[in-house]
Design a protein around this ligand. Structure first.
Ligand code: ZN
Ligand code: ZN
Length: 304
């Protein structure tokens, strides 16, 4: 299976929205991104101010005119739709519906969610609560935006650190056309899935396909891991500077089955750092796949 020459590398970074939502698109363009991720409001807020029609229009128009393809949003870290505390669960359900609706208004393709934390409950019960919550949200609101469950590192009582757990959530979602997965390279590595050598890399993807199914993969977070394989810690490192190393990212960026999957950096922040990480990634693209980069503004990062 080769890479179709008309395809292009979908690569970008998480963009800050401090200067306004549509500014994230300009920033993304300056950086040469072909995909970006944003928060549609402060990540530390339960509910954002309602979006003004003008702002929505501006965002959509800028997106349309830009070279940026799919846009993802990341849900607030406060949400725990798997909480054993009913009040928190209900508050999280309402907040998730609000986040999905904001994304839908902005024409955002994906909303990334950390599945939830079991706290003093069992992981099995937590998975049931998560599934129930998602079904409730989907029943309450109709959106085109897909909800993506993110693979987690398994820190604390976080659920979603095994492919089996994510598959168990998806299994009981009534409308499966609205659910997908965001794979975070740092998180899966910390959770014990080694992608740093060709053999291990292939085995992890074979597992993913068998347990979850490739069709559910919609987004990849590209982060190296500052901590060891199976450490269960969520510490992002710059590409090639962590435990995964350049080889793992070279395999990923040249993998034909992942060409159409948008890939977003969530490495420690800064425009210079983002550009440095994009430079690293773009120069890992094999000569035979160079077309993928040459079709995009990312070509400015190519060293030869
Ligand atoms: Zn992530
Ligand atoms: Zn993380």
């Amino acid at each position: 299976m080769g890479i179709d020459s008309k395809e292009k590398l979908l690569l970008g970074a998480h963009m800050l929205i401090a200067d306004g939502l549509s500014n994230s698109i300009e920033k993304g363009e300056e950086l040469g991104c072909t995909t970006i991720q944003i928060f549609t409001k402060s990540a530390r807020q339960w509910k954002g101010r309602a979006l003004e029609l003008e702002k929505i229009k501006e965002f959509k128009e800028k997106h349309k005119k830009s070279f940026i393809g799919p846009i993802a949003a990341h849900a607030s870290y406060l949400l725990n739709i798997g909480s054993p505390n009913e009040a928190t669960q209900h508050r999280s359900i309402a907040a998730l519906a609000d986040e999905l609706s904001r994304c839908d208004q902005l024409g955002i393709d994906f909303l990334v969610l950390h599945p939830g934390s079991a706290l003093d409950n069992s992981q099995e019960e937590c998975i049931k609560t998560i599934t129930h919550s998602i079904n409730q949200v989907f029943d309450s609101i109709e959106t085109k935006t897909k909800l993506l469950l993110e693979t987690t590192a398994g820190q604390g009582t976080n659920v979603g650190h095994t492919f089996e757990q994510l598959a168990a959530i998806i299994k009981n979602i009534h409308d499966k056309s609205r659910i997908g997965v965001c794979l975070d390279t740092c998180h899966i590595y910390s959770a014990g899935y080694d992608i740093s050598t060709p053999k291990a890399y292939e085995e992890v993807w074979a597992k993913f396909d068998k347990i979850i199914g490739h069709k559910y993969l919609n987004l990849i977070h590209l982060n190296d891991s500052a901590t060891k394989l199976g450490s269960k810690k969520d510490r992002h490192a710059h590409i090639g500077e962590g435990e995964i190393g350049l080889e793992g990212f070279r395999l990923l960026i040249n993998d034909p089955k992942l060409v159409n999957i948008p890939k977003v950096l969530e490495t420690p922040k800064g425009i210079i750092e983002d550009a440095a990480n994009l430079t690293t990634l773009v120069n890992l693209v094999d000569t035979k796949n160079k077309e993928l980069v040459l079709n995009t503004p990312l070509k400015k990062y190519l060293k030869n």
